[in-house]
Design a protein around this ligand. Structure first.
Ligand SMILES: [Zn+2]
Length: 133
């Protein structure tokens, strides 16, 4: 059920763990009177790092296509906030491979061996290594 929510940003702080600006927002659910405090992560820094990563690694490391690319966090950053902006923790995957091989068809799952899996895919299809497909 969708309820009306009145939202107000009450503070903006730096998170020293991931060195990102965060806003703190209070959502007041008008129907129930409940208030929920939300911590909003700054997307600006992430977008910048993601775009640079995909620019430097411009095709899916699993299948080689150059469309619908995403920067996949090998170790999800909710497990370690420092890894959110760590390029060594990123690999370019297309949307399909991101879900299928990066998360085993479940966004809550993770594949810490994705880099190794991509290496094997490149051995099977050397075209991926050279130019992407
Ligand atoms: Zn792919």
């Amino acid at each position: 059920m969708v309820t009306a929510v009145k939202s107000k940003v009450v503070a903006a702080v730096m998170n020293p763990l991931c060195d990102a600006r965060q806003r703190i927002r209070v959502d007041e659910h008008l129907a129930t009177g409940d208030t929920v405090v939300q911590i909003l992560h700054s997307d600006y820094r992430w977008r910048k790092i993601r775009n640079k990563h995909v620019q430097d690694e411009p095709f899916c490391q699993m299948c080689g296509i150059r469309r619908k690319l995403e920067a996949h966090h090998i170790i999800p950053w909710h497990l370690d906030a420092l890894l959110r902006f760590d390029r060594d923790n990123l690999i370019t995957l297309c949307r399909e491979c991101h879900f299928r091989f990066g998360h085993f068809l479940n966004w809550k799952d993770m594949n810490p061996e994705i880099r190794e899996l991509c290496k094997q895919a490149k051995i099977l299809n050397p075209k991926i290594v050279e130019v992407g497909i």
